[in-house]
Write a protein that binds this ligand. Structure first.
Ligand SMILES: [Zn+2]
Ligand SMILES: [Zn+2]
Length: 571
């Protein structure tokens, strides 16, 4: 269990508090940058510290590295404690409201003494914000919705974070001599985008030994319950993990039951009833006789169903498909042959081209597309035409150098401007292998405008992929308003691929949208949008999401060989 997340949260809190306290104009920027770097680390920060390399983390100088050390040793930072005393505001709570930043938080605190979500909600309900400057009816309405989003965020965790927390726990449990079987269950096993609690299911030789071990492990911050068959702990990352012990003869039934979803299980039980069978967490029974229960496959089989992968268990037609033997043959991580959307330090990525290529080569990719931002994204140091042309030459050189087995594709993530035009000339776009277009600005356009804007961009004859089509950031920013049906139709007409952005905070498109897209024959590109070498690992999260969306290998262009990929995206 790493402390990366806690360190990043502390640095981010310092940055927010500095902005509210307001004596220094720039110091907060370096803390925000350091927080972002720590979040993106592909390695345990304590391991980096042990090597004496904290200062090598981008944005972490001597001052901040000392503070990180203090945090790792004592759990606190003097500057943070002082700031909290001066500004007793739960900034992380208020900052989680979409469109509310330090400026607003400061104003709310100074004018109305608002310090957290509860006091903000109370003030809103009492009409105290009505007379504040810049608070129109629409802004207040958005703020109300935003409070709900922020609340959700504090009670839920990204699937990627939950998996990162759960996998080492499972690995440690598996090593115990008393553990026969151990699996993650619950919504995490179904790979939902966000997770409440983590459920782990164990089949053990001696229950009490496993439980004693679990509640006293190094990652435990607080023991919430300690029983012989069920215990619950809170980790140092603030996640709740429930561990259940189930006897071997019921392990499959328990795993099936605790994996859910509730809707899926209700329908399974009703199918059982029609066959004169009773299904519960202990097994599948005919009268008193148990006919299945030790493994999941046996339960589905006895109910007359093909085995249903956990990602599909939402009662969205998977049970009917399993009855008819028509379950989709879902994409797997091993099917992926390349990544079509990554950034380098030439725009806002943190690693060089060479470092990104080396990381991709380790994945044994067949092709890899460098797709940095374009010029209108100035904060990301986007490329203009002349830089892009230079990049094209550079990639040609790399491809003939013989240093790389994979084909390096020429790409860009081109900005869709307000009117739907692109910020790079057609004459340059035509020289790229993969042109991805994305919305990064004016995300509050109304539905009609946004739909027309994106559709217009897709009509450009050089465009191959629509990047992160809804712009959402999970637990942070809702999708922008857009009519995806129209977008899909336009994409179909102009042979544009939909991206499934695998960044765990995006997972954009969502499962339902993926199904709608592939239903009309659109192809999908599962891309990491990596800004660090470590983020190439995001591919797995994209594949999980694709599976939730019933996506097969044939639907995914970056599972194709290079020549088939080029054929598939050809205009
Ligand atoms: Zn983007
Ligand atoms: Zn990107």
């Amino acid at each position: 269990m790493t402390k990366n997340r806690e360190v990043a949260l502390a640095l981010n809190e310092i940055s927010l508090l500095l902005q509210i306290e307001g004596t220094d104009k720039f110091k907060h920027l370096s803390y925000a940058r350091a927080a972002r770097s720590v979040t993106g680390l592909g390695e345990d920060i304590e391991v980096i510290r042990a090597r004496g390399e904290l200062e090598k983390i981008p944005g972490v100088g001597t001052g901040i590295s000392k503070k990180i050390e203090s945090f790792l040793d004592t759990g606190s930072i003097k500057l943070l404690d002082e700031l909290r005393e001066q500004v007793p505001v739960k900034v992380w709570e208020l900052d989680a409201i979409p469109d509310v930043g330090p400026k607003t938080i400061k104003m709310l605190y100074q004018e109305l003494g608002i310090i957290d979500l509860d006091s903000l909600e109370k003030a809103l309900n009492e009409g105290k914000l009505d007379d504040l400057k810049g608070m129109g009816e629409k802004t207040l309405e958005k703020m109300r919705e935003g409070i709900a989003i922020a609340r959700l965020g504090s009670s839920r965790t990204l699937m990627s974070d939950a998996l990162t927390a759960a996998e080492p726990v499972v690995t440690e449990l598996r090593r115990l001599a008393d553990v026969r079987q151990v699996e993650i269950a619950g919504s995490l096993r179904r790979r939902r985008e966000t997770i409440g609690d983590i459920d782990i299911l164990v089949d053990a030789v001696e229950e009490s030994k496993v439980m004693d071990y679990f509640v006293s492990a190094s990652y435990v911050e607080e023991v919430l319950a300690h029983g012989s068959t069920k215990s619950a702990i809170r980790t140092k990352d603030g996640l709740q993990i429930d561990l259940r012990i189930v006897p071997a003869e019921s392990y499959g039934a328990g795993l099936q039951y605790f994996t859910g979803s509730v809707d899926h299980n209700v329908k399974l039980r009703s199918i059982g009833v029609k066959k004169g069978l009773r299904l519960n967490e202990y097994g599948l029974f005919r009268g008193e006789e148990k006919i299945a229960g030790s493994d999941e496959e046996g339960i589905y089989k006895a109910l007359g169903l093909a085995y249903i992968p956990p990602e599909l268990r939402e009662d969205r037609g998977e049970i009917e498909a399993a009855q008819e033997g028509k379950l989709p043959n879902l994409i797997t991580i091993n099917d992926i042959r390349g990544d079509l959307h990554i950034h380098t330090d030439q725009s806002d990525g943190k690693n060089t081209i060479d470092e990104m290529l080396t990381a991709a080569a380790k994945k044994k990719y067949e092709y890899y597309c460098l797709s940095d931002h374009t010029q209108s994204l100035t904060i990301a140091n986007g490329m203009d035409e002349s830089r892009l042309l230079k990049r094209i030459d550079e990639i040609d050189d790399l491809n003939v150098s013989g240093n790389w087995r994979m084909k390096i594709l020429k790409g860009a993530e081109v900005d869709i401007l307000a009117d739907g035009s692109l910020d790079i000339e057609d004459s340059v776009l035509s020289q790229l292998d993969v042109v991805t277009v994305s919305v990064h600005s004016r995300m509050k356009d109304d539905k009609k405008k946004m739909t027309e804007r994106v559709c217009h961009a897709l009509e450009n004859k050089h465009v191959h992929v629509l990047g992160h089509p809804t712009g959402r950031l999970l637990l942070k920013r809702p999708e922008f308003e857009i009519n995806l049906e129209d977008v899909f139709e336009t994409a179909k007409k102009h042979n544009v691929v939909m991206e499934l952005n695998a960044h765990p905070q995006r997972l954009d498109l969502n499962a339902g949208n993926l199904r709608a897209a592939t239903r009309i024959g659109l192809k999908i590109a599962i891309n990491t949008d990596a800004h660090y070498t470590s983020e190439l690992d995001f591919m797995q999260f994209g594949v999980f999401q694709a599976r939730r969306g019933w996506v097969t290998k044939n639907d995914v262009v970056n599972s194709y060989s290079l020549s088939n990929l080029m054929k598939a995206i050809k205009k």
